[in-house]
Design a protein around this ligand. Sequence first.
Ligand code: GAL
Length: 423
Amino acid sequence: MYNRFRLVALATVSFAVLAPLWTQAAEDGKLEVFSWWTSGGESAALEALFATYKKQYPGVEIVNATVAGGGGSAARPVLQTRLAGGNPPDTWQSHPGYELLGQYVDPGYCEPVTDLYKSDGWDNAFPKELVINLMTKDRKIYAVLAGIHRGNVLWYNAKLLEKNGIKVGGQMTFDEFFAACDKLKEAGIAALGVGDSGIWTSAQLFENTLLGVLGPKDWTDLFRGTIQWDDPRVKQAMRLFAKMQNYVNPDHSALSWDQAIQQLIEGKVAFSSMGDWADGEFLKAKQKEKEDFGWVAHPGTSGSFIVVADGFALAKGAPHKEAAIAWLKSIGSKEAQEAFNPLKGSIPARTDVDRSKFDGYHQWSMDSFAKDKLVASCVHGEAAPAAFQQALNDAVTAFMVDKNVDNFANSLVQAAKESQSAK
Ligand code: GAL
């Protein structure tokens, strides 16, 4: 198999000689990569992946198929239509867990990539628990990880907090968080920046808060079905989430996640609870760690790491299969992981990279990943089937209006039952 990849690298020099070995479509020398990485930080990081690929496999033209909308809210439906219509991109961004296995592998849209783990010596380079538990079906592996985000981070504008006499230590309780919010509110500042034009960001604020109340063990039990969605502690998290709404910027529903981070940068809001793709926006805006912005685990979640991993899958019937396999080899290479992740905010999925190439935030996140409890994200498609993920978004939308904890809890109890029986 290795030799076939070498052919891709050589394609520009001796295309005529190699042409008969290529599939028909590969002869146009293209590669279509599908993702939703369009914000400033996201697209800078994606470009770094492209640059690495072009260096490693010159002569392939990359078609950058992005559909804007954080969290893939708009991209995933477009992708489903394409896959169902037999018009797949060569490779696409996917979260491991239910999203990868349930939406793409089960319906037969993916080719396994197990051989790459052998040919490229990856068996020990990637975290086994993710690869085996969330990316493998019938002993076949179906994706390559570009990086691993942490979902439960509370970012803050360091100067704004200082100005308002608010100190943040190594971790934060809900009481400390609300005390800071009250202080900011008194000073006329919207404490908590949200951009939920895509409702997933509020769902994520709830997800982070839920972990803060439950802790990692009960989180896992909740998604296993041994704790119910109307458990008193789940309801407690719902009440805390409702309380947070008192401190949110009034224009939240008009903003995207990255516009909310922009407001934080500009000092219009003080905090934002967001996955560490936010770090990509700080870097893009040349913000300095500690001086301009800081971070702490979302209240109550210190010691837990919500994994939001970004993988790429290989389409069955990929129009440019050789180039797509080369893409997967490339993003799994140390070179690509060291180029991409410092810009994206994620940590490299490979555990054998040069740590000195990463800044303070990444060091913090790498340490946390190594020692903390890892839990799967529901909002980002890992912990539950797509139908439940959607039900959570819908329930959050309704809750933002009626603030009715019983309705919120009951709709999730119902959705969990339905997704259990649909499995
Ligand atoms: C997540 C994805 C991240 C980041 C974020 C915001 O689902 O894993 O890479 O792009 O959405 O768009």
